[in-house]
Design a protein around this ligand. Structure first.
Ligand code: ZN
Length: 334
């Protein structure tokens, strides 16, 4: 990598710290609002390899705070749009875009061989999978969450530090937590939280001890707290029990938060033959279905449907989760 690229960073970190980043491999899970801030800081800093995992497509309501995307990206998979944008910021970093839903069926494969995993999701199911991988492999990870005007950052590295399950044994019930869909979120909140998380990432990657407390900021109410992590360790990280990685399920259909629609997920993720399904769906619906790399899109009655090559589907329209499940089983087979 051309040393001129990171000259100002090198003055601060020193040559050794700057060059240490070149050999590091980082995974950013979730390229929404916080991931959109974390990933560019790492790529621009010259981290050797960055894997970008996201299952979603860019929507208009993302542009208010998801800095990696613009109007040209609408409808594109976030992981791919992010990789294309970041490759222009620093073409010397090896980037890998993964358009996939992280599940117990693929987490071992997708989250192995990294020096650090950064949480850019807003999803406890995924955070508990990352925490299990950290317990299993000893990989450090950084929790980052933002909602409204507040956010939280916590670097986690079991067994050296407590794990997420030491703080909360189970993911909160979905009705118990505010989400961006119920509480909303301001763009600068995720900007500040994502940057804080990226700062902790640079410490970890250059061998400096990260902040061991749970940092909570309410930027809107001008409050900050540094909370001590739990003093006692849970049995999951002390005995290396990885319940979430070991969970098995096959087909889930759940309503999409805040939007009229259903998401269908498959575990373990499969590999759909989208070209074959294109023919089948065109015959079934009598309308054209568009095939793009990794996805197939079309309409069945009043429902707009996107099928992904990893087996997922998004249904926008009046279809209920139960009917969507039936539709999927009938059309795709399962
Ligand atoms: Zn623990």
């Amino acid at each position: 990598m051309d040393p001129a690229r990171t000259a100002k960073q090198r003055i601060f970190l020193g040559r050794e710290g700057d060059e240490a980043l070149r050999s590091k491999r980082v995974c950013v899970v979730g390229l929404g609002a916080t991931g959109s801030v974390i990933a560019p800081w790492l790529v621009r800093a010259g981290v050797g390899h960055v894997t970008l995992i996201d299952r979603d497509l860019v929507e208009l309501s993302n542009l208010q705070r998801q800095l990696l995307y613009d109007e040209d990206c609408l409808g594109a998979p976030k992981a791919e749009a992010a990789a294309a944008r970041l490759a222009r910021a620093n073409p010397e970093v090896e980037l890998r875009a993964v358009v996939a839903d992280l599940t117990s069926g693929n987490a071992r494969e997708l989250l192995s061989d990294f020096d650090l995993i950064c949480d850019g999701t807003d999803n406890f199911e995924v955070r508990f999978l990352i925490n299990d991988m950290a317990i299993l492999t000893g990989t450090p990870w950084i929790y980052a969450g933002a909602i409204g005007g507040e956010g939280l950052v916590w670097p986690i590295h079991p067994p050296r530090t407590p794990c997420l399950r030491c703080l909360m044994e189970e993911p909160p019930a979905s009705g118990d937590v505010d989400t961006c869909d119920t509480a909303g979120v301001l763009g600068p909140t995720v900007g500040a939280i994502g940057s804080w998380a990226a700062m902790e990432a640079l410490k970890i990657l250059t061998g400096k001890e990260p902040h061991r407390e749970i940092a909570r900021f309410d930027f809107w109410e001008n409050e900050r707290q540094f909370l001590q992590p739990p003093a006692t360790r849970c049995r999951f990280c002390t005995e290396r029990i990885t319940e979430f990685l070991d969970a098995r399920w096959t087909l889930k259909a759940s309503p999409l938060c805040g939007l009229e629609g259903v998401q269908i997920r498959v575990n373990p993720p499969g590999a759909l033959d989208l070209a074959l399904l294109q023919g089948r769906l065109q015959a079934r619906t009598g309308s054209p279905w568009q095939l793009a790399p990794m996805l197939l899109r079309g309409e069945d009655g009043p429902n707009r449907i996107t099928l992904f090559s990893d087996g997922r589907a998004l249904v926008h329209g009046p279809m209920t989760p139960e009917r969507a499940r039936g539709w999927y089983a009938e059309v795709v087979g399962c």
